[in-house]
Design a protein around this ligand. Structure first.
Ligand code: XMP
Length: 510
C-alpha cells in the first residue's frame, strides 16, 4: 500500500484516489500521526502532500525524520518537496512572485518519474506555492525547471527519493497520472491488486471474523451507502442482519415500496419497516424554523430507531455506512469546520446496549461505493439515485410541514423526477427537485382569479455537494415541468426556477 501523509492540501484526497484508480491501495494519514503507526503499516511507498503552510514559519507542520529512513520510495509534492529539502540539508526561500495555476514545465527524460512522457520539455503543470527551493540537498539532481523556478523537480535515484513542486494529482497537470504510475509501479515496484472484486471478498471475510455468530442491526435509508452495507453484510452473515427502515412520512412518492420492496424481494434482506409518519408529523406541527425541523427529525429518528433496535435480542453490533472522507475529516489535524446545517446521522444509541461498530465502507470513496454496488449486482436505479437528505421533504417545504403541503410537494416532485428520467437528464444533474414556498400568488384560470402555492425548481451540477452550480437544463424541458406541475398539481398556479450557485446559496433551501 501507499501511504499519503497529509499536510493540509485541498488536493490530498485526490492523490489517494489517483493511486487507487491505478489499482493500488492507498491510505491518508495526518502529518502528525505517530511514526510508529506508519512503520507498522509497512508501506510500499510514501507520499508527502502539499499544504498551505510555509516551512519557513516556526509553527509549520513537520515531518518526523525517521519516516525518510524507512527505506521505501518517497515522493514529495509541493509543501512535501520543501519539507524534504529542509530536512535533508537543502534550502527553501520565500518567493517574491507566488505561482498559482498553470505553468510550463521542462523535465529531464533521465528521471524515472518522467519515463514514457512525451513533450517533456513543454508540459503544462498546475502550481500553487509561495516558497521555492533554492538549493537542493546533497545526493539530489535537478530534473525539471519552469520559467520562474530553477528547481521544479529533483530526485535522488539511489535512495529513491523524488520531489516535485507542482501537483501531479490534479487533472490540469498533463501526464500527472503517468508520473504517479511511474512512482508506484516502476519505482516502488508495487502490483495493481486493488479492485472492487477483491474488496468485496476481503470485506466479507473480515466482517465474518469480526462478528462471529452475533447479530447486527443496521438503519437502512434506501440511499446507496446503507444499501451497499446491507447487501455486503447479508452476504457475510445472512439473516443475522436486522435492517430497520424508519418511514418518517417525509419520503418521496412510492419511495419506500420502490427501494425497500426491491431489496427485500431480490436480495432477501430482513427489513423491519417502522411506520412513524404520524409521530413525525405531530412533532413537526407548528414548527417553521429550519434548524428546529432538522433537530426534531434527527432526535425523533434516533428515538424510533433505538426503540426498535433495543427490542431485538442479542444484538452486539451496529452497522454504519461511514465513508473514507468522514474518517479523514475526523482524524484530520485541522479543527472541525463551522456548522452550516445540522446534518442528520444515525448515532446516540443507548449506552446500555453497548454495541460495537461495523463499518465496511470506511476505506472507500463515494465512487468506489458505486463500483462495489455494481459488483454486488445492485440495479442502476439504486446505484444512480440522486442524494436525498435525511430530513427528507420537510426541508423542502418552507414553513410548516402539514399532510396537505406534503402531498402538493410530492406530486410536483414526482413530475420533476419523471421529466428528468424521460429526457435523460436524471444522470446529468447532481440533484433535481421541487421546493414548496411559503407564499401564495395570484393567478387566473379560465375566467376566475386564483390565489395558490408557488413551486421552485432546483437543479444543480456538482461533484461532491461542496460547491454547486445551477444546471443549464434546456428551456423546453423546464417548460414541460412547469406546465405539468401547474396543470396536474391542485393548489399550485406558479413555478419559478432557482438560479443560484453554492456558495453563497446552498443546494437545499433549508
Ligand atoms: P446543502 O443544502 O448543504 O446540501 O448544500 C449538500 C448536500 O447534502 C444533502 N443534505 C443532507 N443529507 N442529511 C443528509 O443525509 C441532511 O440533513 C442533509 N441536508 C442536506 C443535500 O441534499 C445535498 O446533496
Amino acid at each position: 500500500k501507499v501511504i499519503v501523509l497529509d499536510f493540509g492540501s485541498q488536493f490530498t484526497q485526490l492523490i489517494a484516489r489517483r493511486i487507487r484508480e491505478a489499482g493500488v491501495y492507498s491510505e491518508i494519514h495526518p502529518c502528525n500521526v505517530d511514526p510508529q503507526k506508519i512503520k507498522d503499516l509497512k508501506p510500499g511507498a510514501l507520499i508527502l502532500s502539499g499544504g498551505p503552510s510555509s516551512v519557513l514559519e516556526d509553527e509549520s507542520p513537520q515531518l518526523d525524520p525517521s519516516l525518510l529512513e524507512l527505506g521505501v520510495p518517497v515522493l514529495g509534492i509541493c509543501y512535501g518537496m520543501q519539507l524534504m529539502t529542509n530536512d535533508l540539508g537543502g534550502k527553501v526561500v520565500s518567493s517574491e512572485d507566488r505561482e498559482y495555476g498553470r505553468a510550463e514545465f521542462c523535465g529531464s527524460a533521465e528521471c524515472s518519474l518522467f519515463e514514457g512522457i512525451e513533450d517533456l520539455e513543454k508540459l503544462t503543470v498546475w502550481m500553487s506555492h509561495g516558497d521555492r527551493v533554492e538549493k537542493i540537498p546533497e545526493g539530489f539532481k535537478v530534473c525539471g525547471t519552469t520559467e520562474s523556478i530553477p528547481f521544479a523537480a529533483m530526485a535522488d535515484e539511489e535512495r529513491k527519493m523524488y520531489a516535485i513542486q507542482f501537483h501531479p494529482e490534479v487533472a490540469h497537470t498533463e501526464s500527472g497520472i503517468t508520473m504517479i504510475s511511474n512512482f508506484v509501479f516502476k519505482i516502488a515496484g508495487l502490483k495493481a491488486d486493488w479492485s472492487m472484486a477483491s474488496f468485496v471478498e476481503n470485506s466479507i471475510k473480515e466482517m465474518r471474523e469480526q462478528i462471529g455468530d452475533n447479530q447486527v442491526v443496521l438503519g437502512l435509508s434506501g440511499g446507496i451507502d446503507s444499501t451497499v452495507v446491507a447487501v455486503l453484510l447479508h452476504k457475510a452473515i445472512g439473516k443475522r442482519l436486522h435492517c430497520i427502515f424508519v418511514d418518517n412520512g417525509l419520503l418521496r412518492m412510492h419511495e419506500r415500496d420502490e427501494v425497500i420492496g426491491f431489496l427485500e424481494e431480490h436480495f432477501e434482506l430482513n427489513v423491519k419497516c417502522v411506520d412513524s409518519a404520524k409521530l413525525f408529523l405531530d412533532k413537526l406541527k407548528g414548527v417553521e424554523d429550519p434548524e428546529k425541523k432538522r433537530k426534531l427529525i434527527g432526535y425523533t429518528f434516533i428515538d424510533v430507531f433505538n426503540e426498535e433496535a433495543t427490542a431485538l435480542e442479542d444484538v452486539k453490533f451496529l452497522a454504519q455506512g461511514t465513508l473514507y472522507p468522514d474518517v479523514i475529516e475526523s482524524e484530520s489535524f485541522k479543527g472541525p469546520s463551522a456548522v452550516i446545517k445540522s446534518h442528520h446521522n444515525v448515532g446516540g444509541l443507548p449506552e446500555e446496549m453497548d454495541l460495537s461498530l461495523v463499518e465496511p465502507l470506511r476505506e472507500l470513496f463515494k465512487d468506489e461505493v458505486r463500483k462495489v454496488a455494481y459488483e454486488l449486482g445492485l440495479p442502476e436505479f439504486i446505484i444512480w439515485r440522486q442524494p436525498f437528505p435525511g430530513p427528507g421533504l420537510a426541508i423542502r417545504i418552507l414553513g410548516e410541514v402539514t399532510e396537505e403541503r406534503l402531498e402538493i410537494l410530492r406530486q410536483a416532485d414526482k413530475i420533476v423526477q419523471n421529466e428528468m428520467h424521460a429526457t435523460g437528464w436524471y444522470r446529468k444533474v447532481w440533484q433535481g427537485f421541487a421546493v414548496l414556498l411559503p407564499l401564495k400568488t395570484v393567478g387566473v384560470m379560465g375566467d376566475d382569479r386564483t390565489y395558490e402555492h408557488v413551486i421552485a425548481l432546483r437543479m444543480v451540477d456538482s461533484l461532491d455537494a461542496m460547491t454547486a452550480d445551477w444546471s443549464r437544463i434546456p428551456n423546453d424541458i423546464l417548460a414541460r415541468m412547469s406546465n405539468r406541475i401547474i396543470n396536474e398539481v391542485k393548489g399550485v398556479n406558479r413555478v419559478v426556477l432557482d438560479i443560484s450557485s453554492k456558495p453563497p446559496a446552498t443546494i437545499e433551501w433549508e
